[in-house]
Write a protein that binds this ligand. Structure first.
Ligand SMILES: [Mg+2]
Length: 228
């Protein structure tokens, strides 16, 4: 039986934060003297968002400046996240089913810095279900952070990464591209940052409208046994 490592994106895939993340980032930027971000943040890592916003606002984009934005972002997010965060359709049921698969390691592959990921998922009760992850503080680009996440999953499984099937679940074309760059497979869900048509153009291994679609569980567990 092949060990499977499943890496879930957060925003638009597991949850919708009702724009709280974007508002917190905009406020952090403004407080530090830079205009807010005027671009889609979907699929970008937090560090990449901070860097691009600083550059477009004519501010220095040094590591220290990016760290200052992210520190302030986390403080604002901590004070503003609340009831507006909702778990997307089918997510809770899918995660509960996946937790029953002993050959499947459940992790995160997200552009959120780890502290932001925890804040967002803790409000929904989903945080304890994920044993490891690759985060926006591990790498500025999505492909290397997925690699870090997969390596952490393989370590938990006690196997070399090459012996594992790695599956990425995400809502944007960036998730698909980053999975492909690592030779991982991707389940794209049209519940967030990219339209169904643009996701289809990037040819994920499976494309669904929501994680309620039974093919999601079927595909994720194709080489693992539920309860096994
Ligand atoms: Mg996303």
């Amino acid at each position: 039986m092949t060990a499977t490592i499943a890496l879930f994106d957060i925003d638009g895939t597991l949850i919708n934060s009702g724009g709280a993340g974007r508002r917190a980032m905009d406020q952090a930027l403004r407080e530090l003297g830079c205009s807010g971000a005027a671009f889609s943040m979907a699929g970008m890592t937090d560090r990449a968002i901070a860097r691009r916003a600083l550059q477009e606002g004519g501010c220095p984009d040094s590591d220290a400046a990016i760290n200052a934005v992210l520190d302030r972002y986390l403080a604002v997010l901590r004070g503003t996240l609340g009831a507006q965060v909702r778990v997307l359709a089918g997510v809770t049921q899918l995660i509960q089913q996946l937790r029953l698969c002993s050959q499947l390691r459940l992790g995160l592959g997200t552009g959120n810095v780890a502290a932001g990921a925890q804040l967002k998922l803790a409000t929904t009760g989903l945080w304890p279900f994920f044993d490891f992850g690759g985060f926006g503080c591990d790498a500025e680009l999505r492909a290397p952070l997925l690699r870090v996440a997969a390596e952490r999953g393989a370590l938990q499984a006690g196997l070399p990464l090459a012996a594992c099937r790695v599956l990425v679940v995400g809502d944007t074309v960036h998730d698909i591209a980053a999975a492909r760059a690592n030779d991982f497979e991707c389940l794209a869900v049209a519940s967030g940052g990219s339209s169904r048509d643009s996701l289809a153009q990037h040819q994920p291994q499976l494309l669904v409208d929501s994680l309620e679609d039974p093919r999601a569980l079927q595909w994720l567990t194709a080489t693992a046994q539920i309860g096994g």
